[in-house]
Design a protein around this ligand. Structure first.
Ligand code: SF4
Length: 375
């Protein structure tokens, strides 16, 4: 079937409005990373793009794409060559009858040249999320990152000059040895760049990562008090700069909350393509193989590229929406008389507003424990 025929769609098939593309390549694997990633390899870049586009064509036999958001994540999508990225984006856009409202790419300060940034803007990408992580060279070294703070600023300027007016920075706090002053400096440096969006994640020590192992053997340590301080300070500093928390780790200027991630949190269906990508369509959830070789050969042989599949009933989907919703500034719908929330309100962890329960900043700080209590 031609790309045009796919763009027109077939009545009766589920409509997909949100597309995620997983690009697993990274210039260097960070010691805390638990995503499905492989070292960047220019020789695999071209066949990888071919495989992803072949998967997209196959998937659209059983769903209709009316894409409002597209998200190229990873890994480091900007690690693909300019030519391969352009081909990937053109292949995706061939399935869109009109421009998606939000088209995001995750980028790394070491892999975004002026030429690549200009191509991305021309090709229809309208949002860049830059993995800065920190403006403190010592923290970047602990995190195993290759870039220096100056590189973040230089890349930021390149992307702005390419015409992007929706830029985000990703930062990490709670890094061993980071200290409060370092985090405060990073926040201030980030604010100086006037981002439209900012994500601030607390470092987690995921199993099977070098960081996890070092934590087990006492070579790295966490400081819970500093983590709490950093969480609170983040909200205060960013609010002063006009960036408001709309999800536990995400902040945006008015009108710049991520449409794509908000769709996940509201429980919308989405299609994920690429190795390791997850999809949820009409109560069916599947995950593609996390073995790049298997993924590519499956797609080549037109076999389903997924290795895990489950069917979710309405109650499970509702519970998931609830778990994600309680972490957002929209909160969850509920009666003010709900006895489960009374102790949370009394403790200053939740408020009831316009028929919804919303966690306060204190509640968000304890969101995991609050969710367990409420479930
Ligand atoms: S750049 Fe991001 S995705 Fe890649 S290894 Fe580091 S943390 Fe993981």
């Amino acid at each position: 079937m031609s790309d045009t025929a796919h763009a027109i769609g077939v009545p009766g098939l589920p409509v997909i409005r949100h597309l995620y593309v997983h690009v697993p390549f990274c210039p260097r694997i960070c010691p805390y990373c638990s995503f499905f990633v492989v070292p960047a390899d220019r020789r695999r870049s071209r066949p990888f793009v071919d495989a992803v586009l072949a998967e997209l064509r196959t998937r659209t036999d059983s769903c209709q794409l009316q894409l409002e958001t597209i998200y190229l994540g990873g890994g480091t999508p900007s690690a693909l060559t300019t030519e391969d990225l352009e081909r990937l984006i053109a292949g995706i856009m061939a399935h869109c009858s009109c421009a998606p409202r939000e088209f995001t790419i995750e980028a790394n300060p070491t892999t975004l040249s002026r030429e690549k940034a200009q191509m991305l803007r021309r090709a229809g990408v309208n949002r860049v999320s830059l993995g800065a992580q920190s403006f403190d060279p010592a923290v970047l070294t602990v995190l195993g990152r290759q870039h220096a703070p100056d590189r973040i600023r230089a890349t930021w300027q390149i992307v702005r000059e390419a015409g992007f007016d929706n830029l985000g920075l990703d930062l990490i706090f709670g890094v061993p040895g980071q200290g409060r002053a370092s985090w405060l400096t990073t926040l201030r440096e980030a604010v100086e760049l006037k981002p439209e969006h900012l994500s601030a994640y607390s470092l987690t020590f995921e199993e099977d990562t070098p960081f996890f192992e070092k934590l087990q053997f006492g070579e790295l340590a966490k400081n819970a008090e500093d983590d709490e301080w950093m969480f609170r300070t983040t909200g205060e500093v960013l609010a002063e700069a006009g960036l408001h928390r709309y999800e536990i780790s995400n902040f945006a200027r008015e009108g710049f909350a991520s449409r794509h991630n908000s769709a996940y949190w509201r429980g919308s269906d989405f299609l994920g393509i690429g190795p390791g990508a997850v999809s949820t369509v009409s109560g069916r959830r599947w995950r593609n193989s996390e073995d790049l070789g298997h993924y590519m050969s499956w797609v080549e042989n037109r076999e389903p590229a997924h290795s895990e599949e489950e069917h979710l009933d309405a109650a499970t989907l509702a519970k998931e929406r609830w778990i994600f919703g309680i972490r957002t500034s929209e909160g969850v719908a509920g009666s003010e008389a709900d006895p489960a929330f009374a102790p949370l309100r009394e403790a200053g962890l939740a408020v009831h507003r316009d028929g919804r329960w919303i966690l306060t900043d204190e509640g968000l700080l304890r969101a995991d424990a609050v969710a367990v209590w409420l479930m």
